[in-house]
Write a protein that binds this ligand. Structure first.
Ligand code: BTN
Length: 260
């Protein structure tokens, strides 16, 4: 069972996770964070559950993991506008990669646009959603599912997935892992909001296929030819070279990197 007090004792952030909603069981931390009333939300709110019964993934898939084994949580940010949110998702993915590398030595990569992989297997998925009030952005909810101590995975999204236990052979302390991860996200959130150039480079260097010739699917249709995958620019668009060496940019939501 996840111990909320242990986690709070280990947490060394100044604002992220300081407002905490912890539930032993919840259908979905993202759904809960999106439904919070305006006055129940603070920039930096963390919603966390040990048993997520109706976890949601990308494309309306279900995120189904064993109870009490993993980390399933959502972070609420109020950046004031909806610019560059795809880079915020990638920033959180980089935090996952860096934190697990520091704590366990496991080498991970970011799979565009929202996964963290180890040796090609899914370790973590991120679902970023927004809440608008009228035409003003009220909050961004970044939902993170990180596979920690579970050893077998099934279901549409996670069949063949990996976990830190599978990679290292040891059980990890989830309270400590989450405290480190949230601290790293707090640090990198500032870099993201300052449009830090080094952060962008680090994201791009960590992308699966970075610098390789890949195929791209836009809105579900495969584009002819191969593209050299260069990652994101500062607006969060995907940048690639075609075989005539023309630089092409694509809106983040449209595009999938399909063959590596
Ligand atoms: C994906 O890879 O498809 C994204 C999965 C995101 C899962 C997390 S678990 C915590 C948060 N709450 C949800 O319902 N989903 C996200």
């Amino acid at each position: 069972m996840f111990n909320k007090d242990t986690f709070e004792n280990k947490l060394a952030t100044s604002w992220l996770g300081r407002s905490l909603y912890f539930f032993e069981e919840l259908p979905s931390t993202n759904t809960f964070a999106k439904k919070l009333k305006e006055d129940g939300v603070l920039h930096g709110t963390l919603v966390l559950t040990d048993v997520q019964s109706r976890g949601r993934g990308q494309h309306e898939h279900e995120w189904i993991v064993d109870p009490g084994q993993n980390l399933t949580f959502s972070l609420v940010f109020q950046p004031g506008n909806a610019n560059r949110l795809n880079l915020l998702t990638l920033t959180c993915a980089l935090s996952v990669k860096d934190t697990i590398e520091n704590l366990t030595g496991v080498d991970a990569q970011i799979k565009w646009p929202n996964d963290v992989l180890v040796k090609g297997k899914k370790l973590c998925g991120i679902l970023t959603e927004t809440v608008f009030i009228g035409n003003k952005l009220d909050r961004v909810v970044v939902g993170i599912g990180l596979n920690v101590n579970q050893q077998k995975f099934s279901g549409e999204v996670l069949k063949g997935a990996t976990s830190l236990k599978i990679e290292t052979g040891v059980d990890l302390n989830r309270e400590s892992l989450l405290a480190h991860l949230v601290q790293d996200i707090e640090y990198k959130y500032r870099l993201w909001s300052q449009q830090d150039a080094e952060l962008l480079k680090n994201i791009n260097r960590s992308l699966v296929g970075y610098g390789n010739w890949v195929s791209l699917k836009v809105d579900g249709n495969q584009l002819p030819g191969k593209f050299k995958f260069l990652g994101a620019n500062n607006n969060g668009e995907l940048i690639a070279l075609n075989s005539d060496l023309d630089v092409k940019s694509f809106a983040f939501e449209q595009v999938r990197v399909v063959s590596l």
